[in-house]
Ligand binder design. Structure first.
Ligand code: NDP
Length: 255
């Protein structure tokens, strides 16, 4: 039976690279994204056996409907990748408003919760599955002006563990990756707005550069695959060594 993967926010960036990776690995891919046309166009790029669907992960009813649509069309869900997300406003905390704070939590945290709950119903009935969440280094380290984003990602790391222990006996493994800085549209927008300096990021990174969406997709693919059959409840840093580096200044050159 051909396995099925559902990827939220799969029309761009890390989600799209992940969609291509799973399609290449023989999965039927369901791309759920905010813009239905973009999701459908991306699925069509992959081939006729794949599907795209419009879904705002912050809206519970839309997530429930998207999971139901995937089950109706593709018959099963073997892997869920909770990827949809937006960056923080990066306003100073004293200028932050609760409206945007709650919106960001609804997308990242509630979206991950509801999609996992709905997919797990199908996975438990099937006898198992794998969920991979998009965490972040921001969920482990303190980034100024990113209260909502950091809190959401720390919450996703926590849910990764709680769901992993709750559903383990049902054959579901739940893991997350915590990317460092990755070259995507999200990152390009932050750079254009002067909110991140990618040259400085590259200098501070032990591997000397930002990550690529394809490198994130490989880690997601691994955690979802049988090669990771005894790995559950883990948050895997995929950050070029960023979180291992504790000194001041740029990462050192090799001498
Ligand atoms: P992109 O902005 O490149 O892609 C995100 C995709 O998700 C877009 O297609 C976007 O649609 C979609 N999306 C946004 N909001 C929603 C929503 N409410 N419902 C459904 N889909 C939505 O982001 P990245 O690939 O960079 O990020 C993907 C994930 O990785 C996020 O969770 C992010 O927090 C995380 N991450 C990214 C890092 C990075 O450096 N890039 C670092 C650490 C974590 P649209 O284009 O219409 O907005």
């Amino acid at each position: 039976m051909t396995p099925v993967v559902l990827i939220t926010g799969g029309a761009d960036g890390i989600g799209w690279a992940t969609a291509r990776r799973f399609a290449a690995g023989g999965h039927r891919v369901a791309i759920a994204d905010l813009r239905a046309e973009a999701a459908e166009a991306r699925a069509a790029e992959l081939g006729p056996q794949h599907m795209g669907i419009g879904c705002d992960v912050a809206e519970e009813a839309q997530v429930v409907a998207a999971v139901a649509a995937v089950l109706a069309r593709l018959g099963r869900i073997d892997v869920l990748v909770n990827n949809a997300g937006i960056p923080d406003s990066m306003a100073p905390t004293l200028a932050q408003e609760t409206g945007f704070f709650m919106k960001l939590l609804a997308i990242h945290l509630q979206g991950t919760f509801v999609a996992s709950r709905e997919a797990a119903r199908a996975m438990l009935a099937q006898g198992g599955g794998a969920i991979v969440n998009l965490g972040s280094l921001a969920g482990n380290m303190g980034l100024p002006r990113r209260n909502a984003y950091g809190a959401a990602k720390a919450g996703i790391h926590s849910m990764t563990r709680s769901m992993a222990v709750e559903w383990g006996r049902g054959g579901i493994r739940v893991n997350a990756i915590a990317p460092g800085y990755v070259r995507t549209k999200l990152m390009a927008k932050l750079e254009q707005e002067g909110k991140v300096d990618t040259s400085a990021i590259a200098r501070r990174s032990p591997l000397g550069r930002l990550g690529t969406p394809e490198e994130m997709a490989e880690a997601i693919w691994f955690l979802a695959s049988p090669a990771a059959s005894y790995i559950s409840g883990v948050v895997l840093n995929v950050d070029g060594g960023w979180q291992a580096f504790g000194m001041a200044g740029d990462a050192p050159a090799v001498e």
